[in-house]
Design a protein around this ligand. Structure first.
Ligand SMILES: C[S@@+](CC[C@H](N)C(=O)[O-])C[C@H]1O[C@@H](n2cnc3c(N)ncnc32)[C@H](O)[C@@H]1O
Length: 259
């Protein structure tokens, strides 16, 4: 079985279209996990994935690269708090937020914590999605080791976490601000009417073609003047082509597509 056929098998088994991910990087990772499972080739590994649900989940989790942290790139979170939230909230009191590819929840929980400075928790509602069910379960459980919360400002640690035997748990009132759902950015329908979409550190893994489609989908999912917040290596070249204007570095505002 060659890599092309393997990709088709994975699409059938998982719904993940590997052709939309940068090939060199992805193939290198896949070859490593095939070897780790003591399989000699893609055919053997496919047989294993079909036979064992845990191997299939291991493959998905390995593939999706779930590295994340609270307040990742803190200076960008300062811009969010000092400029972006005030901008969005001057128009309306309730804003719709989507954390796309949220991994273990560090990002949407960080969003809710910052937003709590502007409104009561009962008024905050954030959709947080990821492809990988396993990270979503972890996100819902809201349990983190001490190292994970090192970036969380002290005031938020005291307000929103309880500690037990070295594990830090998110309090229920913060959890209630977030709805976690499975969503594949490459194939599922996008939500609409979003005022802020936060999608960071995932588009780097996609081909240019896949990224273009995602930018267009995000543009559609945003309300007029809505904001897209991207990762620190994910600046959008020619953002006008997808209906965005650069608002601040790493923040793009919906500007409407040219006809
Ligand atoms: C490196 S993490 C980024 C997490 C967080 N946004 C951050 O910046 O810290 C990338 C996440 O993208 C998710 N992912 C990969 N492909 C995806 C897809 N096609 N649709 C949705 N999520 C995807 C992975 O499961 C992983 O949790």
């Amino acid at each position: 079985m060659n890599y092309e056929v393997f990709k088709e098998q994975i699409l059938t088994l998982t719904g993940i279209n590997l052709s939309a991910y940068k090939e060199n990087q992805m193939k290198r990772r896949i070859d490593a996990i095939v070897k780790k499972n003591q399989c000699d080739n893609y055919s053997e590994y496919t047989i294993l994935l079909k036979a064992s649900a845990s191997s299939l989940q291991e493959f998905i989790t390995y593939l999706t690269i779930n590295v994340t942290e609270f307040f990742r790139n803190p200076s960008q979170w300062d811009i969010l708090e000092e400029q972006i939230f005030p901008l969005l909230l001057q128009k309306k009191r309730h804003i719709k937020i989507w954390s796309a590819a949220c991994s273990t929840g560090d990002e949407p929980y960080s969003l809710a914590m910052v937003l709590s400075k502007f409104m009561p928790l009962s008024q905050i509602s954030i959709i947080a999605t990821d492809l990988d069910k396993e990270v979503l379960d972890k996100a819902r459980s809201g349990q983190y080791i001490a190292r994970s919360i090192a970036n969380v400002p002290k005031e938020f640690q005291e307000k929103f976490f309880t500690e037990h035997n070295g594990m830090y748990s998110i309090k229920q009132n913060l959890k209630d601000c977030i709805t976690f759902k499975q969503h594949n950015l490459l194939k599922d329908p996008y939500p609409s009417g979003m005022d802020l979409i936060v999608c960071r550190n995932v588009l780097i893994y996609f081909t240019e073609e896949a990224k273009k489609q995602i930018y267009l989908n995000f543009n559609k999912a945003l309300t007029d003047d809505g904001i897209l917040f991207v990762g620190s290596t994910e600046q959008i070249i020619m953002c006008q082509d997808y209906g965005f204007e650069s608002y601040k570095i790493f923040f793009y505002q919906k500007a409407g597509l040219k006809r």
